[in-house]
Design a protein. Structure first.
Length: 351
């Protein structure tokens, strides 16, 4: 009887651990989805030139937007002191209503950032207090929380870079801010997949050499996509596959040497266009490897994501960077990261 009771307790513990791991996995998937959402809102904020509309960082009181006409006037007056207003929007005759429209997107972007921080920090504190985190996962989860905090700090440094001496934020800070968000989302998804495997009594996946190479190639493309956004380089040419009628555009300035690779808008745009096909090549191979391992749904997700992303990129350029196409391009970019991480995880699963 004691042996039977012991087996029953052991089975109950296994079931409890399985359920707990699945709950943690679903929580991380939700946070990852919130990060994808903030990437999209961030894209709208950038494309509408809204990022500098709030010139102060108020972590608590900034949650509430201006509620009275006097408060709106005070916010507008603060915005009128920065170069973006005095050199760009002021001479064009910006009204309070126009200011309120750009304020909304930056306020929503910051609000969602706070929601993400709380969505990660509060459940993590609860699970840690209840000792509900599986062995070995606590350092990873707290590292993801630290990345979210770091992302917020990068966001403020990005905004601050545009408040004096510039009419827009520094492109390199924008790239750091965006890529950190996508890397954090990738870490969330990988950890959630590991927890899902843990619920199936399977070991965590390993990162294979091929997957590391494929993700590195994708990371380079993400960096250049962010730099294209930061330098407004998408507006430089609306033809494809040529740029301004030439394969290699005329406007590249090599006076800065190797720094032109990240500082010259024409070169940044050119690299982003053609490095995309290096990404495609790597992901085609990933898809074939996945199919060979019987992971057909993952392979379909990877192929679909990069195929749609390529088409959206071309359409965005040829439309002259239409807002809705550019936002979709950024959304599918986040989906491509998610699919690639899913693929790399599937290739690294161990029996």
């Amino acid at each position: 009887m004691d042996a039977i009771a012991g087996e029953m307790r052991s089975l109950a513990n296994v079931r409890h651990e399985t359920a707990r791991a699945l709950v943690l996995a679903r929580w991380l998937f939700i946070v990852a989805a919130l990060i994808a959402a903030i990437v999209v809102i961030g894209g709208i904020t950038r494309l509408t030139e809204s990022g500098l509309s709030i010139v102060e960082w108020k972590p608590v009181t900034g949650i509430v937007p201006p509620l009275s006409h006097a408060q709106w006037e005070a916010e507008f007056a603060a915005y009128q002191q920065i170069p973006q207003y005095t050199e760009v929007n002021g001479p064009a005759g910006m009204t309070l209503a126009q200011y309120q429209s750009i304020y909304f997107w930056e306020w929503l972007h910051r609000l969602l950032g706070r929601v993400i921080g709380l969505a990660m920090a509060l459940p993590l504190a609860w699970y840690a207090w209840r000792r509900a985190i599986p062995k070995g996962y606590a350092p990873r989860l707290f590292a993801l929380l630290a990345l979210i905090a770091l992302q917020g700090a990068f966001g403020w440094l990005m905004v601050r870079s545009g408040l004096s001496g510039r009419t827009v934020v520094a492109p390199h800070w924008l790239a750091i801010h965006l890529v950190t968000a996508l890397v954090t989302m990738a870490g969330m998804i990988w950890t959630a997949l590991d927890l899902r495997d843990l619920a199936r009594r399977e070991p965590p996946a390993r990162l294979t050499g091929f997957s590391a190479l494929a993700l590195t190639v994708l990371l380079v493309q993400l960096v250049y996509g962010a730099l294209v956004a930061g330098w407004r380089a998408g507006y430089l040419a609306s033809d494809w596959p040529l740029m301004q009628g030439r394969l290699v555009p005329d406007g590249i300035d090599w006076n800065s040497g190797a720094l032109a690779l990240i500082d010259d808008p024409f070169l940044v745009h050119f690299i982003h266009r053609w490095w995309a096909f290096a990404v495609v090549a790597m992901l085609v191979v990933m898809g074939r490897k996945l199919r060979a391992r019987g992971a057909r749904p993952v392979s379909v997700a990877v192929h679909s994501a990069f195929g749609i992303q390529i088409l959206l990129g071309i359409a965005t350029v040829m439309s002259g960077v239409a807002l809705w196409l550019a936002v979709l391009h950024q959304l599918v970019g986040a989906a491509l990261v998610a699919a690639s991480i899913w693929g790399a995880h599937a290739l690294g699963r161990r029996p």
